[in-house]
Design a protein around this ligand. Structure first.
Ligand SMILES: NC(=O)c1ccc[n+]([C@@H]2O[C@H](COP(=O)([O-])OP(=O)(O)OC[C@H]3O[C@@H](n4cnc5c(N)ncnc54)[C@H](O)[C@@H]3O)[C@@H](O)[C@H]2O)c1
Length: 333
């Protein structure tokens, strides 16, 4: 199975790094080509909030392109992995899928709900697999949390708080992250991870009520209350934690019989009997999602963990949050 990467910036290089693990899991898979409109990105590092150093990569084994259409014309590909700016997700994904090629595209699915739905339709029409990189579904601690929720081990969830605090992403190509029309701001970009997990764990909420700020760009921070009949769920995404503050994802989930928390490198359950360290087995989430995607292609199935129809719902929720913040009122879903 031949594959290619489109977009070789911050996340494209993360997907490149995971090629080794992907080939170990699926030995018949081979990366054959990489495309990026910015030729210099093949030889330079992109310093993201993930702290990677990708300055000296050996790309001599791959065909390099600066035009993805030329690459699609010349290469015989089974799937493509794209990590391009969000406003280009639908255009490139639909082009790829219309050629009968399976598509893995980064999160958020698209810049608008119409575009996200068009991507889903293109995958169905062309009978190809589509997966969006909503990686928390594969992230060991979040995966473990989902299992705890589903098992009922600590009873039902009563309250849940999710947070994702990040420095401002100023590494983007042509500074696209700072343009709300291209990225959707932190509300659609960073925060969509927690939106997706809320959707995965608890289903679509009845309504959302959000407040956002617009200091460094449109919706650079957002706090949302998700309306459910039986629990209180809050999530906070913020791109304004600059200076020496590290990228910090966290959650605190209050169950009937315990509180489960991931914070500052600790993953624990606080029960009536004391503090219990929790296990979070699993491989790197960016690798795990790719392994699942390739398995789905081979087994001709839609992932039950991360189906694209669910990602459309995640996009709908995130966009409703932005609307709620702008209107200053609750938005019913
Ligand atoms: N899953 C995650 O945790 C995670 C983390 C960071 C970013 N992302 C997502 O990954 C995507 C890319 O983000 P990034 O941080 O890598 O951005 P980036 O700006 O670092 O990289 C984007 C790259 O795309 C290239 N590009 C632009 N237009 C292109 C085109 N038409 N054809 C080929 N290449 C093109 C640019 O030259 C650039 O190198 C975004 O959608 C972002 O939201 C996901």
């Amino acid at each position: 199975m031949n594959y290619a990467l489109i977009g070789f910036g911050g996340l494209g290089k993360v997907h490149f790094k995971n090629m080794k693990g992907l080939v170990e899991a699926h030995p018949d898979v081979k990366l054959v080509a990489i495309c990026d409109v910015t030729e210099s990105t093949f030889t330079t590092n992109v310093a993201t909030n993930l702290g990677e150093d990708n300055s000296s990569l050996d790309l001599s084994a791959f065909n390099l392109y600066t035009d993805y259409k030329e690459m699609l014309d010349k290469e015989d590909l089974d799937f493509v992995v794209a990590a391009v700016p969000t406003y280009l997700h639908d255009v490139i994904a639909i082009d790829v899928m219309n050629r009968g090629i399976n598509m893995f595209s980064e999160k958020p699915m698209a810049i608008s709900l119409e575009k996200g739905k068009a991507m889903l339709e293109a995958s169905e029409k062309n009978n190809v697999k589509l997966m969006i990189g909503q990686c928390l579904r594969f992230w060991p601690e979040y995966k473990a949390l989902k299992e705890i929720i589903d098992s009922g081990k600590y009873g039902k969830v009563i309250r849940a708080n999710f947070a994702r605090l990040s420095p401002t992403p100023i590494w983007g190509w042509e500074n696209w992250y700072m343009d709300g029309a291209k990225s959707g701001g932190a509300a659609l970009d960073l925060h969509v991870h927690d939106v997706d997990f809320v959707n995965y764990a608890f289903g679509k909420p009845k309504a959302v009520t959000s407040v956002a700020t617009n200091f460094v760009c449109e919706h650079d921070s957002i706090i949302t209350s998700y309306e459910y009949d039986d629990k209180v769920v809050i999530a906070n995404g913020d791109w304004t934690y600059n200076g020496s503050y590290p990228f910090t994802p966290s959650f605190t989930v209050r169950f009937e019989k315990a509180t489960v928390e991931m914070k500052n490198g600790k993953f624990v359950a606080f029960t009536d009997d004391g503090e219990e360290e929790l296990e979070a087995p699993g491989v790197d989430a960016y690798l795990a999602e790719m392994i699942e995607f390739v398995s789905c292609i081979k087994e001709d199935r839609i992932s039950s963990i991360n189906p694209p129809s669910d990602t459309v719902v995640t996009l709908e929720i995130a966009l409703a949050e932005k609307k709620s913040a702008d209107l200053g009122e609750k938005v019913v879903l």
